[in-house]
Design a protein around this ligand. Sequence first.
Ligand SMILES: NC(=O)C1=CN([C@@H]2O[C@H](COP(=O)(O)OP(=O)(O)OC[C@H]3O[C@@H](n4cnc5c(N)ncnc54)[C@H](OP(=O)(O)O)[C@@H]3O)[C@@H](O)[C@H]2O)C=CC1
Ligand SMILES: CC(=O)N[C@@H](CCC(=O)OP(=O)(O)O)C(=O)O
Length: 344
Amino acid sequence: MKVGIIGASGYGGLELVRLLHNHREVEHIDLYSSSEEGTQFSSKFPHLSKLYDRPLKQIEEVHLKALDVIFASTPAGVTTEIFPPLIGNGPRLIDLAGDFRLKDPDVYAHWYGKSPPPSGAIAESAYGLTEWNRDSIRRAQLIANPGCYPTATLLSLLPLVKERLIDASQLIIDAKSGVSGAGNTPGRMTHFSETNENLSIYKIHEHQHIPEIEQGISLFSNEKVAVTFTTHLIPMTRGIMITSYAPLKSNVTEQHLIECLKEKYAHSPFIRIVTETAKFCTKQVYGSNFCDIHVKVDPRTNRATIVSVIDNVVKGAAGQAIQNMNVQFGLDETTGLTQVPLFI
Ligand SMILES: NC(=O)C1=CN([C@@H]2O[C@H](COP(=O)(O)OP(=O)(O)OC[C@H]3O[C@@H](n4cnc5c(N)ncnc54)[C@H](OP(=O)(O)O)[C@@H]3O)[C@@H](O)[C@H]2O)C=CC1
Ligand SMILES: CC(=O)N[C@@H](CCC(=O)OP(=O)(O)O)C(=O)O
């Protein structure tokens, strides 16, 4: 397969390069830039020396059309312009940004503060939460890869909401992310001296992933909900932990919740239901495409605490995008994604 990466020098793009490099079906990778066309990729990133001693290419439609698949790992708004003319014109398109995730264009305009893509293009796209949408992903020309927080949140909550084991109207979701989630543009929020030894809460009640989580719950479990979702920045590079609190429906036990999760994900190689939690942490998935989920019921409050961890740039971005490519091309879902987590 011939693959192109738009935004190759960003964090999502670099992770795509790292993972696609060992993908047995990928024979060639084109690297695109909007600001540094002609720059040697390996001179910008010395860790890629002898591997990618080649210039970044200019983004041109005629070149893009010759590819089998194009990943875009760009700020919101870019694929709104680039992708619609390419739909049905050759390559499969996989967008790591938020442009095509929200089915209602007004909701996108409100939460992202940008003009939405044409509604025909939104309708053509499939939401790329792999474990929940394989059939649509297989058929779609354009995949809207989910956001990092929605991936970890939806994977842990959807089975329990769908089976009506928890009260979805009362969900409180507490999210924590490493700094790479903010991308490679330096800023006040991610400056070392203000992030290190610090813990910040941000975008309270305003995070752009709130409508995506609510849409995902109504799309896959037919339950319309409004959620309380709060994000925190943690002084580490990679990793997301989501802790959700939900009242139990009557007569539901911890065992019911565990069995429901195990049954739903019995044939999903990247989802691990962890029942022992001597230690449950982001490092157990670091550098891998796993999403680990743990659930525990507090009998005193009759509430469940549901925890999930992912690596934001792998399962939360590049890894899930490649998993979706594998599904689109009829490959084993794990192709190129069998890295063991980097624990120490
Ligand atoms: N980081 C993460 O953990 C996750 C990120 N995402 C989403 O994925 C996308 C990429 O994120 P991330 O890699 O972190 O972001 P970065 O800021 O690290 O990289 C984005 C890249 O996009 C390219 N770019 C910028 N403007 C344009 C443009 N107008 N046209 C084409 N390319 C452009 C830039 O490269 P150049 O200047 O060379 O063109 C830049 O390196 C974002 O939408 C983000 O929200 C989703 C899930 C997780
Ligand atoms: C730590 C951090 O800043 N994370 C980013 C992740 C956003 C992201 O990935 O953006 P889209 O999924 O909307 O494209 C944030 O909270 O905005």
